[in-house]
Design a binder for this molecule. Structure first.
Ligand code: ADP
Ligand code: ADP
Length: 225
């Protein structure tokens, strides 16, 4: 069944001004539960714009976005924010972990905020850390970890609350190939086990080829690569 459904989404900037730009002109996309989709595109093609619309951080000018059966285009700002917090996980190339908390706490805290009992939250955090091979760093603060370790912790945090939808921008960009494979395997496992739908921006064609589907963003539309 469909977790994310985008229909005829259009988005431009600076409408009516000399620097007007139409970035997305008719995006159609469905990602089903458990499916991991690669998104490839040259810089400036509109990947961030598309991720922000899919992740409820920005509104399209036209078209429809449906997440897990809810048409989010009809929600007010408050409901949209609640939906984003409950349903969407983000991973960026740079991690934004909370510096004053340990790796484990960075993964536990969002779960506590979501009403998960502490013992369950800790168990989930440890399981996720183990899946990407950084369980030995559970009690370290981000500053005491390597960039690759921090990135893996950020991956765990994005999945902490079992989001319906994961949106990632080059999530393995600063990992060595072996670690990148390990994180990717963990992602596929979570997707299949928990019905997570994922849209992953990558320039790494080897990685893209391992995903369920590869889409290319060009000239404002998505095409099968
Ligand atoms: P990508 O992530 O693929 O590099 P973006 O979605 O960031 O692309 O940007 C697509 C185009 O839209 C670029 O030409 C960018 O300069 C422009 N753009 C992005 N955000 C804005 C904005 N807030 N205002 C004006 N132009 C923007
Ligand atoms: P919190 O629940 O901590 O208040 P938010 O609801 O503000 O977090 O954000 C939820 C997710 O959206 C976070 O992963 C955050 O990184 C991301 N996010 C929030 N605002 C932006 C933004 N303007 N640009 C990119 N990502 C954002």
């Amino acid at each position: 069944s469909n977790m994310l459904q985008i229909q005829e989404v259009a988005k431009g900037y600076n409408r009516g001004k000399p620097n007007e730009i139409q970035v997305l002109s008719g995006i159609n996309l469905t990602v089903s539960k458990g499916e991991v989709v690669a998104l490839v595109a040259p810089s400036g093609a509109g990947k961030s714009t598309l991720l922000h619309i899919a992740g409820l951080l920005d509104n399209a000018d036209a078209g429809q976005v449906v997440i897990d059966g809810t048409d989010v285009t009809s929600l007010d700002d408050k409901a949209r924010t609640a939906m984003r917090r409950a349903q969407v996980g983000f991973i960026y190339q740079f991690h934004h972990l909370l510096p004053e908390f340990s790796a484990l706490e960075n993964i536990v805290l969002p779960q506590l905020a979501n009403g998960v009992p502490e013992a369950d939250a800790r168990a989930r955090a440890l399981k996720l850390l183990t899946s990407v091979g950084v369980e030995a760093r559970a009690d370290h603060r981000p500053a005491a970890m390597s960039g690759g370790e921090q990135q893996r912790v950020a991956f765990c945090r994005a999945l902490a609350n079992r989001p319906a939808l994961l949106l990632a921008d080059e999530p393995t960009g600063n990992l060595d190939p072996a670690t990148s494979d390990r994180v990717f395997d963990a992602l596929m496992t979570v997707a299949k086990d928990e019905g997570l739908a994922a849209l992953i921006v990558t320039h790494n064609m080897d990685l893209a080829a391992k995903m369920d589907r590869v889409l290319r963003l060009e000239n404002g539309v998505l095409v099968e690569a």
